[in-house]
Design a protein around this ligand. Sequence first.
Ligand SMILES: *Cc1c(COP(=O)(O)O)cnc(C)c1O
Length: 428
Amino acid sequence: MQFDLKTNEKGNLSIGGADAVELTEKYDTPLYVIDEMKIRDNYNRLYNAFSSQYEDFKIFYACKANTNLAVMRILEQEGSCIDAVSPGEVYTSLLAGFEPERILYTGNNVTDEELKFAVSSGVTINLDSISALKRLSKLTDPEKVRISFRVNPMVGAGHHEHCITGGELSKFGVMEKEAADVYSLAQDLGFTPVGIHTHIGSGILDPEPFMLAVETLMDITGKVHEEAGVKFEFIDFGGGLGIPYEPHENKLDIDHFSKEIVGLFKNKLNEYNLGKPTMYLEPGRYIVGNASTLLTKVNTIKQSYRKFAGVDAGFNTLLRPSMYGSYHHIVVANKPEAEATQNIDIAGNVCESGDLFARDRPLPEVEEGDILAILNAGAYGFSMSSQYNSRPKTAEVLVTDGESEVIRERETFADVLTKQNVPVRLLK
Ligand SMILES: *Cc1c(COP(=O)(O)O)cnc(C)c1O
């Protein structure tokens, strides 16, 4: 079966050895179910592929993909570092046990308060603009902070326009052509920059755009080294490694991918005499994407102008289909092997017509009470969820060896209202 789906003796979908239908009976729906072993496997597959080619290699898990503390603990145990994009993520990472040396803070459009927080946390600060560099120099002793710059090479890639973070339309980073000057300016201000970074996009399944970004960043790095005399401790190629969402898509061939990238990296290190800096990658999706399944119950079958199966989750629970038009494979968890007999729309419960998980999806007969498993919901699933329509956020459970534990409780109506205040004059 596609996506390594497993069916148990009861004929139900099995996730990490646990029965998906029983999980919904125990914890209710909608429910995010995270398979611990998949996270560990994904991390180790990637780590081994690269570190076997180049020893000085580190993974900085881009935690915005899923910031659950249990997920972060799993990655801390595996030896991962963290890419944090906000002070809240820095705070979460520290709480999860990552030492500041293992955290890279890549903010964008950062405020002075955010820079101060990053400085006081002791994390490495990856700067996104000359403005942030100048402001940082006024806020702290430049000799005491480790900085790098995010460079925007003229290369972008991604599964959706919103996910392309390199190229001339992108808001991120400093321009390729100004990179050497920016490093010189940093040195003039008293900093000793230690790294260089780029992140060109997300959902990349084809090595080509990534290779082009590596080549471009290496050329930029070489130029900065030659012109500004910077000695690089690390070169960070960002994240963006994709996973297959559609059944016809292939997995990234990680052994081939790592060989190509490391080969190019080593050639460029030699070409520019860059020594032996540590290579960083910042995968988010690749680490957690296929590790979670969103379970949701069908409550309404409706034959309108089209045929709909209405479920108890919506884009407040999983935004990707509505926001990016993303495909998520869906199986009926109580009969995962049944053949498709119809094309049907799977609609959420939010009051917006864009709230659809799938249009015209080939599925077996679906009845009210069936449990749908929306696959590959681990990256940017829970972390992008909201309380829109005053719906409490859903629960997350972690499964391993057939055992399940709640790692985030389901919110209540009271949780949705917490922090609101009604002025006394309005209570009369
Ligand atoms: C989001 C992000 C990543 C991770 O992207 P994925 O597509 O999930 O791998 C890495 N680095 C930075 C700076 C990011 O903003």
